[in-house]
Design a protein around this ligand. Structure first.
Ligand code: G
Ligand code: G
Ligand code: MN
Ligand code: NA
Length: 253
């Protein structure tokens, strides 16, 4: 009840922030993008994780407001970063009820307009459950976003009801291979074979594959061997403030 009461307006009180976790291209060996991850510093309760407050925002009917703040804040921060190679891409997580609310297209268009971020640089991270479950208009809205030039990533691929057959029908550009696969890719030959198949099918469909939650060199090696194009995880870089990101970008990762 406490969080439910305090969340609305937390963004206007300066209690929310966005961390950015680098996404590394394994081929180019450099940071090609970042994933924006929300943080809430409650004045009395301390840090509240997004897994806790995002569902509260959904139930309280303020997910649109929260997400507009997050999108605007993240886009603005990314536009201040130095850029040597191709412009950094920005991944933003979008929750199911925001897609269901049907304000997503309008909200994203407004943020692109107000910040000046090129649509091609934005990747909306949506879970398969969301893409599949919300009925007819979801496909229509996602298609409208893609027509604007915005990219869509299938988040947490491999959890829930994912299937390779679905991939041919989903309106997506990027596939984010769930942490659960990455955890076992270096030790379990079956998981390794599965990752190789996913990478190969994704390639045939023109999708980029990002491995999530890479924590060890052995995992990274196995993913590289499987042909995975991009990786993200504590081994490569933690979620960080824009100021810290500058150093990672300077290093060329
Ligand atoms: O950063 P962390 O691992 O604690 O994130 C936990 C969950 O919160 C992840 O599933 C992530 O997708 C979600 N999350 C983080 N930032 C946002 C956001 O801006 N919007 C939504 N809808 N979810 C977010
Ligand atoms: O659901 P989604 O994929 O958006 O969640 C991303 C979450 O994964 C973030 O909360 C982020 O903090 C977390 N994360 C990022 N890198 C790692 C990692 O290497 N290991 C683990 N366990 N979590 C990670
Ligand atoms: Mn994500
Ligand atoms: Na994910």
């Amino acid at each position: 009840a406490r969080l439910r009461e305090d969340l609305p307006g937390a963004w206007d009180r300066g209690e929310l922030s966005v961390l950015f976790q680098p996404v590394v291209s394994l081929g180019e060996q450099r940071v090609t993008g970042v994933e924006a991850l929300l943080r809430w510093q409650h004045p009395e309760l301390g840090e509240v994780p997004p897994a806790e407050f995002v569902p509260i925002a959904e139930r309280a009917g303020v997910i649109g407001e929260l997400q507009r703040w997050a999108l605007t804040h993240a886009a603005t921060a990314v536009l201040t970063l130095p850029c040597t190679g191709a412009p950094l891409r920005l991944g933003v997580n979008i929750s199911a009820s925001h897609v269901a609310a049907r304000t997503l297209v309008r909200d994203v268009a407004a943020v692109l307009q107000s910040t000046g971020l090129a649509p091609e640089r934005l990747i909306l991270e949506i879970t398969e459950a969301t893409i599949m479950s919300e009925g007819e208009h979801v496909a229509v809205d996602i298609e409208a976003l893609r027509l604007m030039g915005v990219h869509v990533a299938l988040d947490d691929f491999g959890t829930g009801r994912s299937s390779l057959a679905h991939l041919t029908r989903l309106p997506i550009d990027v596939l984010k291979l769930d942490h659960a696969f990455v955890l076992r890719v270096d030790r379990d030959p079956k998981v390794r074979a599965l990752c190789e198949s996913v990478v190969s099918i994704a390639g045939a469909l023109g999708l980029d594959v990002v491995a999530e939650g890479v924590e060890t060199p052995a995992q990274l090696g196995a993913l590289r061997a499987a042909g995975c194009g991009f990786a993200q995880g504590f081994l490569l870089a933690r979620p960080m403030r824009p100021r810290e990101l500058v150093d990672v970008l300077d290093d060329g990762a």
